[in-house]
Write a protein of this length. Structure first.
Length: 250
């Protein structure tokens, strides 16, 4: 999906996300597990906030997202910052890069947006295909616990100067939550326009994700509790997986 409506308000509604510290956390993971070089793929990069941070940390960043509207916002940031980031409009299940990358990140539960395990496996296989030998792939995913205990059947309201947003989640069934976003934005004539975006997120058990990692030809190096170096537990809401390509240098 394009997230055409969401892209206009995404940065406003996610202003609480600490992109700088999130990027530094990924950088710390790469310091513990050094990739073979500086070329980094930011998969499902959205509006480019994390791509900007990683570029400022001296990575050669390629940002990929399947939403042209999100990438337009990312390009505006690139023009403002002057950072050398390459953006490509591609679906992660149909990734087609010009060459290999040394490391890859996929953050903010982007993989939870894929429709099923087959799509997640395909995304993992595509990343592995374009990882250099010994390349590192770090991603996070929301847990089944978060979907069932935190997000299920909840309504969130965001009231900003730019937009009024109602975020409604369906009850969680088999790890899946349907999400509806209603945006109300004021026009120049004082009237409000309502726009709606709908999508779903699917969560998997840690065991299922680890099986998909192995099936994709990747080695699991570590699992962490969201943005820490602690082991996950039964109430962890986001798990960070650190993986490595099994490919050997030719």
């Amino acid at each position: 999906m394009s997230y055409a409506c969401f892209s206009k308000f995404y940065d406003t509604l996610t202003s609480n996300i600490p992109y700088r510290s999130r990027g530094e956390y990924f950088h710390a993971i790469f310091q513990k597990n050094p990739p073979p070089g500086p070329i980094l793929l930011d998969l499902a990069c959205g509006t480019g906030s994390l791509s900007e941070v990683m570029a400022s940390l001296s990575y050669d960043v390629i940002g990929v997202d399947n939403s042209e509207e999100m990438l337009m916002e990312a390009m505006n940031k690139k023009y403002d910052s002057g950072l050398d980031i390459l953006y490509l409009c591609q679906d992660m299940t149909a990734l087609d890069l010009y060459g290999t990358v040394d490391c890859c990140i996929c953050a903010l539960d982007s993989l939870n947006h894929l429709p099923d395990k087959a799509a997640v496996l395909k995304a993992f296989q595509n990343v592995n295909l374009f990882l250099a030998p010994g390349g590192i792939f770090v991603f996070d995913m929301n847990t089944v616990y978060k979907h069932e205990a935190v997000l299920s059947d909840k309504v969130f309201v965001y009231d900003t100067d730019e937009v009024f947003c109602i975020w409604q989640n369906s009850p969680c069934h088999d790890g899946v939550i349907d999400i509806t976003l209603d945006f109300f934005s004021e026009q120049q004539n004082g009237k409000y326009v309502r726009e709606t975006e709908a999508f779903c997120e699917r969560a998997y058990s840690q065991k299922e994700v680890c099986e998909l990692i192995e099936a994709a030809g990747l080695s699991l190096l570590a699992c962490y509790q969201g943005d820490t170096f602690d082991a996950p537990n039964e109430t962890t809401e986001r798990i960070v997986y650190v993986t490595k390509s099994k490919k050997q240098k030719g």
